[in-house]
Write a protein that binds this ligand. Structure first.
Ligand SMILES: *Cc1c(COP(=O)(O)O)cnc(C)c1O
Length: 432
């Protein structure tokens, strides 16, 4: 599409956007009596207007039914998580049996590594992206130590080439092939939190399997953002949080995925708890753990009903949107429009003040653009916030802007670029 740098054009894109009305489903934070242009959904998605109602319903159940709420009422808590599974499965491309909401993300990463990182003999290494989200680095490092290995030996990080910001798929595949027989686990982010790069998940999975390794993904920045086919891509396991692109609230519940081919493998280790026990027999309270079929068998503690209710509210909006395909169509346009407008800002300044380090091709990224600001990066970021544009800041000089297709408009993106231009002109006069 040929974009235009004017408000009428942005508004006409909004008029033709079949998802435009969905922004009415969300609550926007305010400042100076005006709503923020919220481009921070990669960090914490906005609150659905229905969230309070979903929580209230469970508070009423608690009030009126107390302990009987586990088995009584419209949505007995014992089975409440099942109401979410089909919608979750639609978002990540899996069967409902393969997914389950539980715990929080890093906890689930640990639990899944207990099952799927099984070092033995020469095969004990983990391949991951350099610069992974710190929590993932700490989790992997501690898992490796737990098994008695030295992280500097057992963890292989694939890094960008000198002078580059993102990884080349060929380099990832070569790292896997080169270490072949020593690799126990390939564990990548779906989308890197810093650069916004969406890795070639099917290719990485295939290479990992060819090397004889297990392949898992942390989908914190991918789930609800880009189309995924976890089952068809033959990915072994994955987990994600629900509070970024999925708008389920701070500390929201996490989701796990386990490929069905692993369900019958009774040799898998688990850190078990009563909620993973076979559902029909759970309250016999017997000795000897027997897992429930499917991803539900990885549950440990009883369901977190209030976080489930929040995720339920947000998943219903994805259902309304028609899930990821329509959202992705809009997202590609929205992010490309921002990319175009940033280059317009540079053109107007007469130098490359803003360098986008996210991949230039839509196929290699989701909704996020990570932008290195050459001069006065932090001041410009603060000025954006003061002008009601909320993105986020990463040291030392990166501004991340993520237009979310559920609640951002083309006009939001246009206004962001306008404000960025005005701020830049004001703050950078000496560089012109
Ligand atoms: C956001 C994020 C986390 C956060 O994990 P929590 O356990 O939910 O605090 C972990 N890993 C990645 C890759 C993330 O993007």
């Amino acid at each position: 599409m040929n974009f235009e740098n004017n408000l009428a054009f942005a508004r006409s894109l909004d008029q033709h956007d079949p998802l435009h009305h969905l922004r009415e489903e969300f609550l926007f934070p305010q400042q100076h009596g005006e709503p923020f242009i919220y481009l921070c959904g990669n960090s914490l998605g906005l609150q659905p207007k229905t969230a309070r109602k979903y929580i209230d319903r469970q508070l009423s159940n608690w009030e009126n039914l107390a302990v009987e709420g586990w088995f009584e009422g419209e949505t007995p808590w014992m089975f409440y998580h099942k109401e979410l599974k089909e919608m979750m499965a639609n978002i990540v491309g899996a069967s409902p049996l393969e997914v389950c909401p539980m715990n929080t993300l890093t906890v689930n990463l640990h639990l899944l590594m207990v099952s799927f990182y099984r070092p033995a003999g020469n095969r004990y290494k983990i391949i991951m992206e350099a610069g992974a989200f710190p929590s993932d680095q700490y989790a992997v490092e501690s898992q490796v130590k737990f098994h008695g290995y030295d992280p500097t030996d057992a963890i292989i990080e694939v890094a960008p080439r000198n002078g580059e910001h993102t990884l080349r798929t060929e380099d990832i595949l070569a790292a896997i092939a080169d270490n072949g027989e020593q690799v126990a686990l390939v564990l990548f982010g779906g989308i890197n939190y810093f650069t916004g790069q969406w890795y070639d998940m099917p290719a990485i999975t295939k290479a990992g399997h060819n090397a004889g390794a297990v392949v898992g993904f942390d989908l914190a920045h991918a789930a609800g953002n880009v189309p995924l086919q976890l089952h068809d891509w033959d990915i072994d396991f994955a987990c994600w949080c629900s509070y970024k692109y999925q708008n389920a609230g701070p500390g929201g519940i996490s989701g796990i995925y386990v490929h069905e081919k692993h369900f019958s493998d009774s040799s898998l280790n688990r850190f078990a708890g009563w909620w993973g026990y076979q559902e029909q027999e759970r309250f016999k309270m017997e000795k000897g753990f027997l897992p429930e079929a499917g991803a539900d068998g990885w549950q440990v503690s009883c369901s977190q009903v209030i976080p489930l209710a929040l995720y339920h509210a947000s998943l219903k909006i994805f259902e309304k949107a028609g899930y990821i395909q329509p959202l992705r169509q809009k997202s590609i346009q929205l992010t490309a429009y921002l990319q175009y407008l940033i280059s317009e800002v540079n053109n107007s300044l007469g130098f490359e003040q803003y360098k986008i380090i996210s991949p230039a091709r839509p196929e290699e990224r989701g909704a996020q653009l990570s932008i290195v600001a050459k001069y006065k990066a932090k001041e410009i970021f603060h000025a954006l916030v003061a002008n009601n544009v909320l993105g986020d800041w990463r040291e030392p000089n990166v501004i991340r802007l993520s237009p979310a297709p559920l609640y951002n408009s083309f006009e939001d993106v246009f206004a962001t670029a306008q404000r960025l231009m005005n701020i830049s002109k004001e703050l950078l006069t000496s560089q012109q």
